[in-house]
Design a protein around this ligand. Structure first.
Ligand SMILES: *[C@@H]1O[C@H](CO)[C@@H](O)[C@H](O)[C@H]1NC(C)=O
Ligand SMILES: *[C@@H]1O[C@H](CO)[C@@H](O)[C@H](O)[C@H]1NC(C)=O
Ligand SMILES: *[C@@H]1O[C@H](CO)[C@@H](O)[C@H](O)[C@H]1NC(C)=O
Ligand SMILES: *[C@@H]1O[C@H](CO)[C@@H](O)[C@H](O)[C@H]1NC(C)=O
Ligand SMILES: *[C@@H]1O[C@H](CO)[C@@H](O)[C@H](O)[C@H]1NC(C)=O
Ligand SMILES: *[C@@H]1O[C@H](CO)[C@@H](O)[C@H](O)[C@H]1NC(C)=O
Ligand SMILES: *[C@@H]1O[C@H](CO)[C@@H](O)[C@H](O)[C@H]1NC(C)=O
Ligand SMILES: *[C@@H]1O[C@H](CO)[C@@H](O)[C@H](O)[C@H]1NC(C)=O
Ligand SMILES: *[C@@H]1O[C@H](CO)[C@@H](O)[C@H](O)[C@H]1NC(C)=O
Ligand SMILES: *[C@@H]1O[C@H](CO)[C@@H](O)[C@H](O)[C@H]1NC(C)=O
Ligand SMILES: *[C@@H]1O[C@H](CO)[C@@H](O)[C@H](O)[C@H]1NC(C)=O
Ligand SMILES: *[C@@H]1O[C@H](CO)[C@@H](O)[C@H](O)[C@H]1NC(C)=O
Length: 433
């Protein structure tokens, strides 16, 4: 009897006592800079109050349905047992002038010289040092990407920010949301432990490419790349399950990255190796397919281990499966990586790639004519790759070749393929055991 009343009491109250950002001064449907600053503070205040709420059911921050709220970087930290419930529309401010005043200075490409600040602070929604965090709702999380992509064509040193970054966080559940139009990566997980992400859609709108090309006089290559760097998600961490995700974008759909980034120290709390991840039931359109890396070697050797990609459908990817390696001082290991049950339709170039990242960060890369007209392609010999399994990989209508495995004699790649199938016949595989 007492228990029943107690429960009803909670149910009634929890409906009314979520920490709605409107109760903390947020202004809906207002694109002004002032409103975006107010909303940013309101979300920080609502989160801090939720975090202090003694009633477990009240520890929820609400972005209410029916409204759009604009924000600058919402930086949250030290939260425990908090839910972010996004039923409305969370949007990045579209005022690039003001963004430039707020963001730390860094060049457009995230790189060793500006990591981790650029990769962590250059974000629309940032959650750090937190545990038992749930992010859900029926709403939209929107990076207002065109604000950044448009500026980027004017000056490549302009920032393009990630949409959601979680740094030093554990016990995370993310589901049911639609993330769209990030400035750069959509979801950026750095040093996370125990992540379950599911039933999420990620889309990147292509804002009229023709118009963009005419406006900025951009080259054919850039035109095809636009809007590059909009990865679906990049993950550095341990014990990760990602499932039932739809992605439409213009760079890696899902990238698993190492815990170190060259000379940069992320001060990892949970693991020094990116490991134990299962990524399954993914449908991606456009994108650069799924990736291990780019792997940056490190003096404290970088490591990626025990990662499985399973039941993956890729439509029109640039490439389908990538293991990409950068140059740099030090070593790295990649071990126990499985790619199972892939269906790839119309890859623009090769289906599989193991080799150097073609990256402007001076890594050497490959000749643009590799491997047909020029065989120059140097993979960092200090990155060891072992126990790769490619199983039941089906590709149809690929524009390039089925696969390239470019190693050095001391890059130990043990590669097995089962049931590989591909409609094109040209095969160039360089395999080192
Ligand atoms: C949290 O819930 C309690 C009762 O369940 C209520 O008294 C309190 O006002 C709520 N807190 C907020 C901030 O709404
Ligand atoms: C606020 O914006 C939302 C989303 O664009 C729209 O559906 C709603 O009608 C707007 N409400 C008001 C009061 O303008
Ligand atoms: C978080 O929730 C768990 C139960 O799920 C509880 O044991 C713990 O005390 C809570 N911590 C805080 C800070 O609310
Ligand atoms: C953008 O923000 C700047 C201040 O940084 C302001 O001067 C300008 O009027 C804003 N533009 C719009 C369209 O609101
Ligand atoms: C980025 O955020 C960290 C704290 O998380 C801070 O120490 C650092 O100074 C920030 N960098 C910039 C450039 O604002
Ligand atoms: C997180 O939640 C789990 C169970 O839901 C609980 O056991 C654990 O104590 C919580 N962690 C913290 C730091 O409150
Ligand atoms: C994701 O997209 C699928 C297919 O379009 C749709 O059925 C589903 O409702 C969407 N889910 C979310 C959370 O947007
Ligand atoms: C895209 O831009 C071009 C050039 O401005 C224009 O002719 C075309 O109608 C636009 N298409 C769409 C779908 O907006
Ligand atoms: C590999 O990762 C999976 C999770 O994807 C985990 O269940 C399994 O225990 C891990 N294997 C080892 C040997 O750690
Ligand atoms: C992929 O995206 C293109 C537009 O970029 C669209 O025309 C096509 O229908 C999409 N295909 C799938 C399978 O979603
Ligand atoms: C690690 O990398 C360095 C070069 O950066 C190389 O000299 C050294 O032999 C490598 N060590 C191992 C164990 O591979
Ligand atoms: C092959 O490509 C490499 C790297 O781009 C270049 O240095 C080299 O001159 C090329 N060789 C030929 C024969 O074109």
């Amino acid at each position: 009897m007492y228990k029943t009343i107690f429960l009803i009491f909670f149910l009634i109250n929890s409906t009314f006592s979520l920490h709605s950002i409107r109760d903390y001064g947020a202004i809906p449907n207002d694109t002004s800079v002032d409103a975006a600053h107010r909303n940013t503070q309101a979300m920080i205040d609502a989160s801090n109050s939720a975090n202090l709420d003694p009633i477990p059911e009240n520890r929820t921050v609400l972005i209410p349905a029916g409204y759009i709220f604009y924000f600058f970087t919402v930086s949250l930290s030290d939260l425990t047992n908090v839910t972010l419930r996004i039923d409305g529309h969370f949007a990045g401010s579209t005022n690039f002038t003001e963004w430039l005043k707020i963001l730390p200075p860094f060049v457009g490409l995230p790189g060793p010289e500006n990591e981790p600040d650029a990769s962590i602070n250059g974000t629309n929604l940032l959650i750090q040092n937190s545990q038992n965090i749930t992010i859900t709702g029926n709403g939209i999380v929107d990076g207002s990407g065109n604000t950044f992509w448009d500026a980027y064509w004017v000056d490549f040193s302009y920032p393009r920010i990630h949409l959601l970054t979680m740094f030093h966080c554990r016990d995370i559940e993310i589901y049911g949301l639609h993330f769209k139009n990030p400035g750069s990566w959509t979801l950026n997980f750095a040093d996370v432990l125990n992540l379950h992400l599911y039933n999420v859609n990620i889309t990147v709108d292509q804002i009229n490419k023709t118009e963009m090309a005419i406006k900025h006089g951009i080259s054919d290559e850039a035109y095809h790349a636009y809007p590059l760097f909009t990865d679906g998600m990049d993950i550095r961490g341990k014990n990760v399950l990602v499932e039932n995700v739809h992605i439409q974008g213009f760079d890696d759909a899902i990238g698993v990255k190492e815990m170190n980034w060259g000379a940069v120290n992320f001060d990892n709390t949970f693991t020094d190796c990116s490991e134990n991840m299962l990524i399954r039931n993914i449908i991606a359109n456009g994108t650069y397919g799924v990736s291990i890396g780019s792997i940056h070697p490190d003096i404290t050797p970088s490591c990626i281990r025990n990662i499985t990609f399973e039941n993956i459908e890729l439509y029109n990817p640039k490439r389908a499966i990538n293991i990409k390696m950068l140059r740099g001082i030090g070593n790295a290991t990649v071990d126990q990586i499985t790619f199972r049950n892939f269906y790839c339709d119309s890859a623009e170039s090769d289906l599989l790639w193991l080799g150097p990242t073609n990256d402007p960060r001076g890594d050497g890369g490959c000749s643009p004519d590799f491997p047909t007209a020029n065989n120059s392609c140097i993979t960092n010999p200090n990155i060891s790759v072992s126990n790769l399994l490619f199983e039941n990989i089906i590709g149809i209508n690929a524009g390039g070749i089925p696969g390239t495995f470019q190693g050095k004699s001391n890059t130990k790649a043990h590669i097995r393929t089962r049931n590989g199938y591909q409609t094109h016949v040209l095969v160039v595989i360089m395999l080192y055991e």
